[in-house]
Design a protein around this ligand. Structure first.
Ligand code: GSH
Length: 344
């Protein structure tokens, strides 16, 4: 049996990119099996998880049996224990909490930009609709099959835009937030190499994963990024392979001395993602199928998303587990960001 970790994913999947770049950074030997994840798992007599999320990673259980495992955030916490070198999570619990927030922001809010630009505009949907079948089956797929597969995948994904809240009502808000986010990252990366100083954390990789797509795959968001920040474009190139990054004499920032630009990114979290998290969690409790709320002065409407209610619960649990002293440091740091509303 291979000692390499097997990861089933796809190149246009931001979470697959997040995990592969983490394997590289942490020097974890891996085998990337790209495309047709469910089919490839079945070929190995492994029942795909339901739903099959990308990436699905084979990890051993206590009996040494390989279990198809999904969800990058808990997987990273497990890998961090099994591969303690080249840490992704800062040792300071208060800084680690801020890292948790920003990892979730990357995975759950920045992905809204990604999905929106991938499928909302015709040029982008055409690009994705053609490339996705080519990378998900084989690049030499016959032309007629490509046309059929393209239609199937584009119809399915465009039909799912509501899942992330991309629609005519929210399109401008998403666009404005994406442009602002690029500027905030540009400001931050002009003083720091990574979110928390001289080495990357799991939050860097989460944001990187989404940006690989926004900058490397989807034409409209790529154009905006190239016009807004070549520094962010360069950062995404750097993040892809940090296997040689020197971690011996590199430090995390201290929360209290972190640059102002970090707090500005958290303000974007508070301004956009906090109201969405709160309204979505309420809708889950009330069993409402959809919800709408005011975000940054405009109406945001989307289908209720139970997974994001879980994300909010996990954030609260992470905060709850901090010592009183660290809770107080986090509250003080987040003062004025709007993020305090989701702590307890
Ligand atoms: N929270 C998960 C999200 C993974 C996820 O949503 N992956 C997408 C692809 S990038 C997916 O598999 N979507 C379902 C589908 O495409 O059918 C993680 O962090 O791994």
């Amino acid at each position: 049996m291979s000692e390499k970790i097997q990861i089933f994913g796809a190149t246009p999947s931001p979470y697959t990119q997040k995990m592969i770049s983490i394997f590289r950074y942490k020097h974890i030997a891996y085998e990337a099996i790209m495309g047709n994840a469910a089919g490839r798992l079945k070929e190995m007599d492994i029942e795909p998880p339901k739903p099959v999320l990308l990436p699905t990673i084979l990890l051993k259980d206590a009996n040494g049996e390989l279990i198809p495992t999904t969800d990058s955030t808990p997987i990273i916490r497990r890998l961090e224990k099994e591969y303690p070198d080249r840490k992704l999570i800062p040792e300071d619990p208060a800084l680690s909490f801020i890292n948790y927030l920003l990892e979730d922001f990357g995975d759950e809010w920045v992905t809204k930009y990604m999905f929106h630009y991938r499928w909302y505009f015709e040029e982008d949907a055409d690009n994705a609709g053609t490339i996705l079948p080519l990378v998900d089956s084989t690049v030499n797929i016959p032309k007629d099959d490509l046309i059929e597969f393209k239609k199937y995948i584009a119809d399915r994904q465009i039909g799912r835009l509501w899942v992330v809240g991309s629609n005519n009502t929210t399109a401008d808000l998403i666009d404005t937030s994406y442009r602002r986010f690029l500027k905030l990252m540009d400001d931050h990366l002009s003083v720091n190499q990574f979110l928390f100083g001289e080495k990357p954390s799991s939050a860097d990789f989460a944001i990187f994963g989404q940006l690989t797509q926004l900058i490397g795959f989807d034409p409209t968001s790529r154009k905006i990024a190239y016009e807004t920040s070549l520094r962010v474009v360069a950062w995404v190139d750097i993040m892809a392979d940090l296997s040689g990054h020197n971690t011996n004499n590199t430090k995390w920032t201290s929360l209290e001395d972190s640059p102002k630009s970090l707090k500005e990114i958290l303000k974007e979290f508070g301004r956009m993602y906090v109201p969405a998290l709160i309204a979505n969690a309420k809708a889950v409790i009330n069993e409402d199928e959809t919800w709408e709320t005011e975000i940054d002065g405009s109406i945001w409407k989307q289908k209720t998303f139970p997974y994001q209610a879980k994300c909010l619960k996990w954030i609260k649990e992470e905060f709850h587990d901090l010592s009183e002293d660290n809770k107080s440091r986090v509250r003080t740091y987040l003062d004025g960001t709007g993020c305090g509303l989701i702590l307890e």
